[in-house]
Design a protein around this ligand. Structure first.
Ligand SMILES: NC(=O)c1ccc[n+]([C@@H]2O[C@H](COP(=O)([O-])OP(=O)(O)OC[C@H]3O[C@@H](n4cnc5c(N)ncnc54)[C@H](OP(=O)(O)O)[C@@H]3O)[C@@H](O)[C@H]2O)c1
Length: 305
């Protein structure tokens, strides 16, 4: 495993982090047993992964992780989030101070810890100015409950203002071969302000591992049906050209396609780490190996064409 400094947080994190959305089964990815979570987490730690990302909204993810990490909390940096709240089948944006405090207390309890290393705003709340949210987070930081503040999915113009306050340590946004330009402006801001950048969805929910020979038939409520936008008929077919190129580079380098997709993300300037979701030991082991693959300019060009 290779490690990088996560911007001005000064945490030294593994280039590949473990994303725990799918592990928690939220948004109908399907349930994962405690045993499978334990094995996945243990394998990730053995492979040198020291960053695990979760959120209250990721099903039972925090609770399962809390149990899987009994006796090994100190081996990892934990990042979790605030601001999204389940309301029946609907998800509300809620960054009121009282909601953040409640969400954090729940996260601490589920994760069986008394501090969160990186606490992220998941999405902005149109009814609460971000400055007010920063005030709330600053108080929680002073109480020692959160170490560093980060933010996800923030439009570049707002992120610029957040960065100017000096309070932000890192950012989380989507970046993958299928969406190579999506985080362009955000990455520029990260570079200019020494903010760590955690890339989410580096496999676009699994498609870039090359495992789908044909359009997958996820359950109706499965997040992959709408979140990644590459599993619908035309988009899926369009993505196959890229998947073929990923497979081809993987064969040349005797690596797995998922590792090539992760290596591409890690080769982008400004990226600190790729958060790869995994639901088994095998996936966690394979993904951790993504940081061992070095792509040269020719290979990067062939993937991007
Ligand atoms: N801040 C945000 O708004 C935000 C949004 C999305 C994600 N995230 C974070 O980023 C993490 C990563 O994103 P993600 O989990 O959505 O997507 P991802 O990492 O692109 O894909 C994860 C899925 O791909 C499949 N997979 C993983 N490794 C594989 C391998 N080696 N071979 C074959 N299949 C493999 C698994 O699907 P199966 O279920 O089919 O096994 C896994 O659940 C999340 O877990 C979460 O922590 C943050």
């Amino acid at each position: 495993m290779q490690y990088r400094r996560l911007g001005k947080t000064n945490l030294t994190v593994s280039e590949v982090g473990l994303g725990a959305w799918a592990l928690g089964g939220g948004y109908d990815w399907g349930k994962t047993s405690l045993q499978a979570v334990q094995e996945t987490v243990n394998t990730a730690l053995e492979a040198g992964i020291n960053l695990i990302d979760t959120a209250p909204i990721y099903g039972n993810s925090e609770e399962l992780l809390g149990r899987a990490l009994i006796g090994q909390r100190q081996k990892v940096f934990l990042s979790t989030k605030c601001g999204l709240v389940k309301n029946g089948s609907w998800t509300d944006h809620d960054l009121r101070a009282s909601t953040i405090v409640t969400q954090l207390e729940n996260s601490l309890r589920f994760l069986r810890t008394d501090y969160i290393d990186i606490y992220l705003i998941h999405y902005l709340d149109p009814h609460v100015p971000w400055q007010e949210v920063f005030n709330t987070l600053s108080k929680l930081q002073m109480q020692g409950k959160i170490r560093h503040v980060g933010a996800c999915n923030i439009p570049a113009e707002v992120l610029q203002k957040m960065a100017d306050t000096g309070m932000l340590g890192c950012v989380q946004d989507e970046l993958s071969l299928l969406h190579p330009q999506k985080a362009k402006h955000v990455l520029e801001i990260c570079r200019a302000h020494d903010l760590g950048f955690m890339a989410y969805g580096p496999l676009c929910g699994g498609i870039l591992s090359g495992k789908y020979q044909r359009e997958p038939n996820f359950r109706r409520a499965d997040a992959r049906n709408y979140f990644y936008k590459c599993y619908r008929k035309e988009a899926f077919e369009k993505a196959q050209g890229l998947v073929k190129r990923v497979r081809c580079v993987a064969e040349q380098k005797q690596a797995k396609p998922a590792q090539i997709a992760l290596a591409w993300v890690l080769a982008q300037t400004g990226v600190t780490c790729a958060l790869a979701g995994a639901r088994s030991s095998e996936q966690a082991r394979q993904n951790a190996g993504g940081c061992e693959v070095q792509l040269d300019t020719e290979e990067i060009c062939s993937l991007q064409k």
